[in-house]
Design a binder for this molecule. Structure first.
Ligand code: ATP
Length: 595
């Protein structure tokens, strides 16, 4: 784990090395100062040697200044190095996430990835700064002070041999119990992030369904969970402070008592006792620092592990060794394909799919919800890879293509596709950065988006808000279709992506597809029979299998599921027709069904 994280030090190596070097200088000078003080007292003050006091006093000031500047610069370098290290870590994680397949993202969940990129990185940044500065300073101060104390009075310094191991063992026990709780805290943070991001993304739905109170409850439960675990961990850690204080006071008491005896017995001088106090303070202070470091590092260890997990996650879908860069046509073959989302829970979502789609065909896919329609088409641009069997596009197994080439040629429009903040033109150019204005308008015309874009005050330069919140559901869908068309793909998949478009406009889109892009294979997934009834072939999916393939007429004759779907939709339409006009869900020409 450590090696993986430390790769992010990179250009901050110089600062990371300079910091401990400066800290060593600081500590070496700092521990020599009490020794000098003792000698000023015993050789200067006690015998009244003013000259000695001046000389040593001056040296003392120089040493104090040197220690101060070494300390200050080490502190500056350490914060600079830690901030840079965190910046690089963030960059590395983000770059790796960009390579993740859907499967990799499913593995972590997006809210957990957010916690890892924010809270966890801040923890590791603090830990790094601590490691290169205080984690060097504390043990050095401990060792140097013990050495100096032994050189002054070995008998008295023996007290450290008792105190240090007692504290070390108690610290180990405390951290041992606190560490698992900190690991748990971060899992709770994931949950909190999930609640918050879900709420913010769905704020309109929350308000429409008046679910604010429930959402608040969900948030409070997640927040309380963090509080409970965190305070339990802190309760264990809080044992640390009284233990330290007890040990410090006992040690000072023992040294005072022993020191008084020795001075009276003539085995020790006053200056030496003063410096022993100073070293005792340093030893105990460094132990306190060490205990803080250990507890802090134990918290950060959980964060480090979570970051390392993301960094070491191998993208499950990558380019092959000698990738094919061109897709020759839009034909599709599924050769005995089965698929399961998780390698752990192996329940197959698709089972033994065999399918041949000729290039340029218009294919409809229908089936009850959860029957595997979206899963089936997601295998084409390799959003997921088949668990067994082979998926071919243009006669070539999809795994043999360069991912960019494959995805440029297999465009997908999802039901809830996303628009980004920027102008309409900028959004459409996601499909093709080089697209001319004429090409953009042509694609928008096919997607039946041009008409409404022209009515907007700034036309194609109209600004789209984040998530496309200032356009209607149907307008958004038409823009995302235009964006996909600009790729000029060999295969266009529309996964329920006209669900919010009224039926008349939807028909115009289909007509435009037929006339303007006959070479392109078009795969339309829909819940509405009217959306796919004109397709060359319709695939009926049920429970992850193909139940039937045929034209609308054939399926109406032979397929029970298709007949049932048709029947229920006719029934719904009739009900809608009978209903009072202001309650009618049937949209009329040009309007969209709002989300
Ligand atoms: N990322 C995922 N991880 C695990 N299971 C999933 C995932 N996506 C879908 N599933 C499961 O796979 C099954 C098929 O889902 P899929 O989205 O392919 O169905 P669908 O026919 O497109 O449904 P709908 O018409 O409602 O969109 C469902 O049982 C669903 O719960």
């Amino acid at each position: 784990m450590l090696r993986l994280l430390l790769r992010a030090v990179r250009e901050y190596r110089k600062e990371s090395i300079l910091t401990p070097l400066l800290v060593t200088t600081e500590v070496a000078i700092e521990t020599f100062i009490p020794f000098l003080m003792a000698s000023i007292i015993d050789k200067g003050i006690t015998p009244g040697n003013v000259n000695y006091i001046w000389r040593m006093g001056l040296l003392l000031i120089v040493m104090a200044l040197a220690s101060l500047s070494a300390g200050a610069s080490s502190s500056w370098f350490s914060s600079h190095a830690a901030a840079g290290f965190a910046k690089n870590l963030r960059h590395d994680i983000f770059s790796n996430i960009q390579k993740f397949s859907f499967q990799n993202i499913d593995h972590f969940s997006s809210s957990s990835l957010v916690t890892r990129m924010t809270t966890d990185i801040t923890n590791v940044q603090n830990a790094y700064q601590m490691t290169i500065r205080i984690a060097v300073r504390a043990p050095l101060l401990l060792i140097f002070s013990i050495m100096m104390a032994f050189s002054i009075n070995a008998q008295m310094a023996m007290i450290y041999v008792v105190v240090v191991p007692i504290l070390a063992i108690s610290l180990y026990v405390i951290v041992h119990f606190a560490y698992p709780l900190f690991k748990l805290v971060f899992k709770r943070y994931d949950r909190l992030n999930q609640v918050v991001s879900e709420n913010l993304r769905g704020i309109r739905v929350v308000k429409t369904f008046v679910r604010e109170a429930e959402e608040k409850q969900k948030f409070e439960a997640a927040s309380k969970d963090i509080y409970t675990v965190f305070s339990k961990a802190q309760r264990i850690l809080s044992l640390n402070a009284p233990l330290m204080t007890f040990m410090i006071n006992t040690t000072i008491l023992v040294i005072s008592w022993l020191g008084a005896q020795m001075i009276v017995g003539g085995q020790m001088q006053t200056g030496q006792l003063v410096s022993m106090f100073a070293y005792t303070n340093s030893v105990l202070f460094s132990l306190m620092m060490l205990s803080n470091i250990i507890t802090q590092l134990s918290q950060s260890q959980a964060s480090g592990q979570r970051i390392a997990e993301v960094l070491s996650e191998v993208p499950s879908i990558v380019d092959p060794k000698d990738p094919i860069l061109a897709v020759t046509d839009g034909s599709v073959t599924f050769d005995n394909v089965s698929f399961a989302y998780s390698t752990v829970h192996k329940t197959p979502i698709l089972q033994n799919i065999n399918l041949q789609i000729p290039s340029g065909a218009l294919i409809g896919i229908i089936g009850e919800t959860g029957s595997g329609k979206s899963t089936l088409v997601q295998l084409l641009p390799r959003l997921y890879d088949a668990t067994s069997g082979e998926v071919r596009v243009g006669g070539v197994p999809v795994q043999q293509y360069a991912l960019a080439a494959l995805r440029d040629n297999v465009a997908m429009v999802l039901q809830n596709n996303v628009l980004f903040s920027g102008t309409i033109k900028e959004n459409l150019r996601w499909g093709n950065e080089q697209a001319t204005d004429d090409e953009i308008i042509a694609a928008a015309k096919i997607a039946q988006a041009d008409e409404f874009i022209q009515t907007l005050p700034a036309g194609y330069d109209t600004h789209i808000e984040q998530d496309g919140s200032n356009v209607s559901g149907g307008q958004k869908q038409r823009l995302t279709i235009a964006r996909a068309l600009l790729k000029n793909p060999k295969i266009l998949i529309m996964d329920d992506s006209t669900s919010a478009v009224d039926t008349a406009t939807e028909r115009e889109i289909r007509e435009a597809f037929r006339h303007e892009m006959p070479q392109m294979t078009k795969i339309l997934i829909s819940q509405r029979i009217t959306s796919i009834s004109e397709a060359d072939q319709i695939i009926v999916m049920a429970h992850g299998k193909i139940d039937a393939i045929g034209t609308h007429q054939e399926l109406m004759q032979t397929n029970v599921i298709y007949q049932a779907l048709n029947q229920s939709q006719l029934h719904h339409e009739a009900q809608a027709f009978d209903a009072p006009s202001d309650a009618s869900p049937i949209a009329t020409g040009g309007g969209d069904v709002h989300e």
